[in-house]
Design a protein around this ligand. Structure first.
Ligand code: GLN
Ligand code: ZN
Length: 766
């Protein structure tokens, strides 16, 4: 039995890579400084895994930006628009970052490659671009160089690369007239060349990540799998090829996956523990099975007893020699090191004992092997006892379990997720109270979070300014924002969200059942990292969370002020969640807390309340068969949060930056009175979907992109609105930007919103 790892976080335990990259991009450090930083992170990671006792240590899991972009560079899938960069800079790294981030220099202005979410994670990869005349050639030697570097440290590593079939499936055809899977014959020779070189340098193993083997794939993809791995076997009969799958079970691809002529197959037993029996039944003689048993996607300590039972089941059937032990997936999705969490006020010792980050997960993998295979010494047995204690303390802790909350979730009935009357009746009641004009204008919630506003918060947190001072500063900022919106004639105002650090953290900090880390960063894309809250216990709301600021803002004006909340699905989706109860249960607990807040806002006289759900689409399961169940509970959770109010209270929701076409029915089922939605990047294309389907409620298609400082003209927005008017009845239309304005500056925000209000006026005059 051997231990291995699929990949280690590369950001550095203090986000060293982020800082170095950003300094390099700003021209503050040289390329060799950056390369040295990257090298030292890789070496530290290798040494850490070596010292922990991992037997097969990955290499090429390090990346300066993204591992899929690395493959594109490796196999020379470099879109032609970057030719000039290659010529002008003659430098692989500059070319690489140009592909990732675009290039504006020396008279060139070249767009970046597209970025999208990595399967169902919050990590984003750079989407490969394929063209009809696509050729591949070995362009970058990164994978070989990394293997050689590890070897210099005495480590015969296991190089990691996304397999050829998944690589093609992750990409996008940029022209019509061909199928990306047909490129496999051209692509494979480059992989073969890589393997030839790795072998020449003494590599014995190779890890091909093939997550699509655990997804819904067509016949053509299945054929590609058979072809690729048969060819590799033919040319490298001795090489130990490990094919990995994760985030889902093999399910209908079981026969295919177990029939590939490879040395070992990795399965995710955290996401899909029930596949073990099927795999053990189907597995042919010789094939080695890698058990993904330590959760690479979450922060909970492994339950050793449970894992040991799984290992035993596998070794009983296969024997020790045919079993590998590993985390479920790359640890890229885990924070680095729990030992760095030293502030026991934010993360109490009781909670901390339940957690494991990447470094601790590596130790768990090694300990599991020791416990499973040898006659364990007293030292190791003590660790098992310690683990049992931690696991059982979590099972029973009063910090986690609150009977009242469980009761309340259990007694949710159908009525709780329904407004009193259907939309057609609510619409009339709302119009009477709200008296809104045709094409009402609003914004999505946040106004610019200037450096000044951020500095107040940081001073307040450090105790450098008093709570009262902080409060006054925020009040002044809020008041100015209200006054300005009144002045330019926005119909439904917002308070600006200046008191909020982040739309999930702000609520998590006020809810029971949440905790936070100081350093639990996880890479989101490139140098961007996020620090998700940890939901450890039953969630409830000890007191009102937003009433103070919303009420204050409303007290300043006779205009309508919209209350602003984050929805239950989004809070769930952007946190580390409990693994001791279904996600749907946690989501319902959050939904009830938000429901109470909505009701309190209504009591405080707020007549319009927005519940943001930008993450509802990204929660969709990877397998289509699981969609209906998810959509059922997710939509219900939203409705539970929204349905505690009277007909005349208008509920908005907001969504952005996702592909909504295939869940439009479910969005309609959410039954928000108004949905504001990002649209302008696609020039209102999205609206066609809403029109085809006859979206029944009101809708605010974003009329300008908030990601750019560019100020759109009134005419531009009028044109977009006319497009919208052509497919959606005028009395259903709202006018608003694409998303929140917190990343913008005031200057451009003001010009853009003035033009937006003018556009709405012009439209209603015609
Ligand atoms: N209300 C939030 C804001 O305006 C919405 C952000 C989002 O959709 N991500 O900032
Ligand atoms: Zn948004």
């Amino acid at each position: 039995m051997q231990t291995h790892n699929l990949g280690y976080p590369r950001i550095g335990s203090n986000r060293e890579l982020k800082k170095a990259c950003e300094q390099y991009w700003a021209g503050k450090i040289s390329q060799s400084d950056l390369l040295n930083k990257g090298k030292s992170i890789s070496e530290q990671n290798w040494k850490l895994q070596l010292e922990a006792g991992i037997e097969l240590i990955p290499s090429n899991d390090f990346s300066y930006y993204d591992q899929i972009l690395d493959v594109s560079l490796t196999v020379g899938a470099i879109p032609k628009r970057y030719n000039q960069v290659a010529i002008q800079s003659n430098n692989e790294m500059d070319l690489y970052f140009a592909m990732a981030r675009g290039y504006q220099k020396d008279g060139l202005d070249i767009t970046a490659m597209e970025m999208t979410k990595w399967l169902d994670t919050n990590y984003h990869y750079i989407v490969p671009e394929f063209y009809r005349d696509q050729e591949f050639k070995l362009f970058s030697n990164k994978i070989i160089n990394e293997f050689v570097s590890a070897k210099r440290l005495g480590i015969n590593s296991k190089p990691v690369i996304v397999g050829p079939v998944s690589y093609l499936l992750l990409g996008k055809e940029k022209e019509d007239g061909f199928d990306k899977l047909d490129l496999v014959k051209k692509l494979l020779p480059v992989y073969i060349q890589i393997l030839t070189e790795l072998k020449a340098h003494g590599a014995q193993w190779i890890q091909f990540d093939e997550p699509f083997l655990a997804l819904d794939i067509n016949e053509k993809a299945k054929e590609a799998y058979k072809y690729v791995y048969a060819e590799i076997k033919k040319q490298f009969p001795q090489l130990k090829v490990l094919v990995t799958t994760y985030f889902e079970g093999l399910k209908d691809n079981l026969a295919l996956a177990t029939s590939l002529p490879v040395h070992a197959l990795h399965i995710d037993l955290v996401r899909c523990p029930e596949q073990l029996d099927d795999v053990l039944n189907a597995i042919p003689d010789q094939l080695v099975l890698s058990l993904g048993i330590v959760d690479g996607r979450n922060i909970w300590k492994n339950d050793f007893e449970q894992s040991l039972a799984i290992i035993k089941k596998a070794t009983d059937k296969l024997g020790n020699d045919r079993v590998l032990i590993a985390p479920s997936c790359s640890l890229l999705h885990s924070p680095c090191d729990l030992d760095l969490e030293t502030n026991d006020k934010t993360l109490t010792p009781e909670i901390k004992q339940w957690l494991a980050f990447a470094k601790q997960k590596i130790d768990e993998v090694v300990l599991l092997k020791t416990l499973a295979s040898e006659t364990p010494d007293s030292n190791v047995l003590a660790k098992l006892e310690e683990n049992k204690k931690a696991i059982s303390s979590r099972r029973t802790s009063r910090l986690i379990h609150n009977e009242q909350i469980k009761q309340r979730v259990n007694s949710i009935v159908a009525r709780d997720s329904q407004r009193e009357n259907p939309f057609s009746i609510r619409k009339k009641a709302q119009q009477e109270v709200l008296q809104l004009p045709l094409f009402p204008t609003t914004t999505i919630g946040s106004f610019p979070q200037t450096d000044e506003v951020r500095s107040w918060r940081s001073k307040f947190k450090k105790g450098e300014i008093s709570p009262a001072e902080y409060d006054n500063l925020l009040k002044k900022e809020t008041e100015e924002t209200i006054r300005w919106q009144e002045e330019i004639g926005i119909d439904v105002l917002v308070h600006g969200e200046f008191e909020r650090n982040d739309m999930v953290e702000y609520f998590g900090e006020q809810l029971n059942g949440f905790t936070f880390t100081k350093n639990g960063w996880v890479q989101s894309y490139g140098s961007r990292c996020v620090k998700p809250p940890i939901i450890y216990g039953d969630v409830n709301r000890p007191e009102a969370m937003t009433v103070y600021w919303t009420e204050y803002a409303q007290s300043l004006t006779k205009s309508l002020v919209k209350g602003m909340l984050t929805g239950p699905v989004t809070i769930l989706q952007w946190s580390f969640v409990r693994n001791d109860q279904p996600r749907s249960v946690t989501c319902n607990q959050i939904a009830l807390a938000i429901r109470d807040e909505v009701v309190d806002l209504e009591k405080a006289g707020i007549k319009v309340i927005q519940i943001d759900e930008p993450a509802i689409r990204e929660g969709l399961p990877l397998r289509k068969a699981d969609w209906p169940n998810y959509l059922q509970w997710a939509v219900d959770a939203f409705k539970i949060s929204a349905s505690g109010v009277k007909d005349e209270t208008q509920i908005h929701t907001h969504m952005c930056y996702s592909e909504f076409n295939d869940i439009i029915q479910n969005i309609a089922d959410m039954d928000a009175d108004v949905i504001t939605i990002e649209c302008s990047r696609s020039q209102m294309e999205l609206l066609d979907a809403f029109a085809d389907f006859k979206y029944p409620n009101e809708i605010g298609p974003g009329v300008y992109d908030i990601h750019s400082p560019r100020v759109p003209s009134k005419e531009e927005m009028v044109r977009l609105l006319q497009k919208a008017k052509a497919v959606i009845p005028a009395d259903q239309l709202w006018v608003n930007p694409d998303c929140g304005l917190k990343t913008r500056h005031w200057e451009e925000t003001k010009s853009a919103l003035i033009a937006m209000v003018a556009a709405a006026k012009e439209l209603s005059a015609n």
